[in-house]
Design a protein around this ligand. Structure first.
Ligand code: GDP
Length: 195
């Protein structure tokens, strides 16, 4: 789907480090440990393209990947680490806001949520930022292989209730398992179709 495959391009810590806005771009956000690195690796077919490193307090980068020559995929740092120093959180939020509201080629954000738990308060916070920045976003449920049917229904209901409050949200949820490969091809096709 992405001719030439996927590659790491660069990590960015400030707005002036962004690559040229010359192609459609999607970003991935989610709380730490939601399975974001694993999903990006599954999507790109590369084993360790996105590092699963979420050291709290470490300078957090916005990581850019190329999907062939057609799209950028952007990996936003995981959120929800209570232990991160306030100064780091503040700096990160400022960069996130600047990126979300100032990136003309950002077409869609994918907000990753654990299929076992559904949307939590911290997820609603990032959705609020996306509303404000008018970035359309779609929820991707992760770790579908770990959830029981009854729990999935409850998590879906909870997530839909949260989404209804967010004008920038797509109503359709994408269910994935990086372990089982479920939903990966369809997510890849969704991204490839974004112009
Ligand atoms: P990140 O912090 O969001 O980048 O999360 P990681 O990608 O590092 O994943 C966190 C943990 O969840 C790791 O132990 C992964 O192996 C596990 N994990 C990620 N995706 C899946 C999945 O689809 N199914 C299962 N069962 N485990 C997963």
């Amino acid at each position: 789907l992405f001719a030439g495959g996927a590659d790491f391009l660069k990590g960015v810590v400030a707005m002036d480090g962004l690559p040229p806005a010359d192609r459609p771009e999607v970003c991935f956000a989610g709380r730490s440990n939601v399975g974001k690195s694993t999903l990006i690796n599954a999507l790109t077919g590369r084993k360790a393209l996105a590092r699963a490193s979420n050291t709290p307090g470490r300078t957090q980068e916005i990581n850019f990947f190329t999907l062939g020559e057609s799209h950028y995929l952007v990996d936003l740092p995981g959120y929800g680490y209570a232990e991160a120093p306030m100064a780091v959180v503040k700096q990160w939020q400022a960069l996130l806001r600047a990126y979300l509201s100032g990136r003309a080629t950002l077409r869609r954000a994918f907000v990753l949520i654990d299929a076992r738990h559904g949307a939590k308060a911290v997820d609603a916070e990032i959705m609020g930022l996306l509303d404000k920045a008018a970035v359309p976003f779609q929820v991707v449920l992760t770790k579908a292989d770990k959830v029981r049917r009854a729990d999935l229904d409850a998590a879906l209901a909870r997530t839909r209730t949260v989404l209804a409050k967010h004008p920038a949200a797509y109503p359709e949820l994408i269910l994935t398992s990086s372990d089982k490969g479920e939903g990966i091809a369809s997510l890849r096709a969704t991204i490839a179709g974004i112009t």
